[in-house]
Design a protein around this ligand. Sequence first.
Ligand code: ADP
Length: 489
Amino acid sequence: MSKGKVLVIDDEYGIRSGVDQILTLEGYEVAQAETGQEALAALDRQPFDIALIDYRLPDTDGLTLLQAIRKRKLDIMTCMITAYANIETAIAATRQGIDFFLPKPFSPEDLIGVTETLIRHKLLRKEAEELKKAHEASLLALASEKSQTHSLVTSLRDAVLVVNRTGEVVLANPAMGKLLRKEEDRLLRKPAAEVLAAEPFAPIRAALGQATGENTVFEIEMGDQQFMVSLTPFHSERREVLGHIATISDISEVRRLALEKSRFIRTMIHEFRSPMGAVKSILEVALDKSMGDGLEPYLPLLDRAEKRLDGLVELIGNLLSLSKIEVEGKKKVAFEPVDASAAVKEVIDLYREKMQARNLRVEVRVEPGMPRIAVPADDLRTLLVNLIGNAVKYNRDGGTVGVQAGRLDGKARIDVADTGLGIQAQNLPHIFDDFFREKRKETRDIEGNGLGLAIVKRLVERSSGKIEVQSTEGVGSTFSVYLPLNPSR
Ligand code: ADP
C-alpha cells in the first residue's frame, strides 16, 4: 500500500521526474502535471493527498492554481515549491490556505521530510475534524436531552423547585410559579429562603436549612389545601450534596376522598350498631321473660326484631352493591340490552302484594315498539327496585305509583312517580348522597338506610345516563332516569 498520493505540478521536467523518483522510492504514488490545466484535470480525475505546486507555471501562477484547488474543497495538503519565494508571495499563499513552503533547490531529504510532515498533518487534520464532529454530536445529544428534561419538568402537574448548594433557585417549573404566584423565570437565581418566604413554606425552608442529605417527605397546608413535599438531595459523583429538588404535590383531593371514606365507614358502623342494639334488647326482654311466660306478648317485639334484621340484610346487600360498582369502576362489562317493558313488569310484580296491602293504584305505560335499553339487566333491575320501592314506601295509603317509559331525544326516559310524602326542597340537593335520609316525623317509621338512591345514581352514571328528581312536599315525587338506547333495537 502506498504511503500517499502526490501530484507534482511543475513545468520543469527535471524537477517533476526527480520528485517522482525520490517519492516513488519512498513508497508514495506520484503523478505529474506540467501546467495548471493538467493539474486541475488530474485533481478532478482522482483524489490526492498532497499537491506540490510550482509558483511559476506556463499557463497560470501558483496562487491562482491554489485558489482553484481550494474552490474544489478537496481534502488535500498543498505545498508551494518555488525558487522565487519572497515574503509577499508567502503571505498571499498563506492567506489562500497553503500548508507548506519548500524553496528550490531542495535536497531529497528536504522533500521526503516535507512530504512526511504533510501526510502527518493531513491525518491529524482528519482526526481533528472527526473529533469535532463527535463533539458536536454529543453536544447536540446533550442539548436534546436537556430540552427533553426541560419539557418533562415543565409539563409536570407537581410543582418542582431545584435549589443549588448555596441555596439559590436554579430551576422552577410553571406549576411552582403558579403556586408561588410568580412567573417561574423570576424565581431563578433568587435565594430559596426568599422565594419560599410565605408562612406555609416555613417547614420547607427549615428542611433545606438542615439539609441532611437524606430524602425527606412531609406535609404542609395552605388555606384549605394540603400538599405533600418531597425533598431529595442530588449528589456529585463523589457523593457531595450539590443541591436539593423539592417537589410539592397537591393532595387535597386524595385527602378529601380519604376523609369521605372514613366518614362513610363511621356512618356504616352506626347503621350496623343501631339495629343490632335494638335486636339485642328485644332478645334480652324475651330471655328475661319480663312480660311473662306466654309467647303472645312478645310477638310484636319479635316482629320488630325481624324487621330490624331485614333492614340489616338490606344494608349488607346495598353495601355489597356499592363495593361492586366501585370495583368495576368505569370498565365496560359485556351485557345484553334489556327490554324496558319486561323489566318494569318484573319489578312491579315484586311489589304487587305490598301495593295491594296499602291500597295503591299502579299505572304503567311503556311506549310501544320501544328499543331495548343499553344497560346491564341487573343494573336496570336494581335501579327499578329502588325507585319503585321508594314510590311504594314513601306513598300514602290509597295513592298512585306511576311508571312511564319512552324515547326522548334518542335516549330512554323512565319516570317513576308517586303521590306520597314528597321531599323538602332544601333536601333535594342531598337526596343522592350516601346514607342521606330525610328526618321528618312522616318518614321516621319508614325503614331504610339511605343508600338506595346513591346506588341508583352511580349505576345510571356509569352507563353515561343521568337522573333527575322533581318533588313537592306533601304532594309527591317523580324520578326521571335517562339511559342509552340500543341502536339496533
Ligand atoms: P332509603 O329509602 O333507604 O332511606 P334512599 O337512598 O332510597 O334510601 O332514599 C334516600 C332518602 O330520600 C329517603 O330516606 C327519603 O327521605 C327520600 N326519598 C327517596 N325516594 C323518595 C320518594 N319517592 N318520596 C319521598 N322521599 C323519598
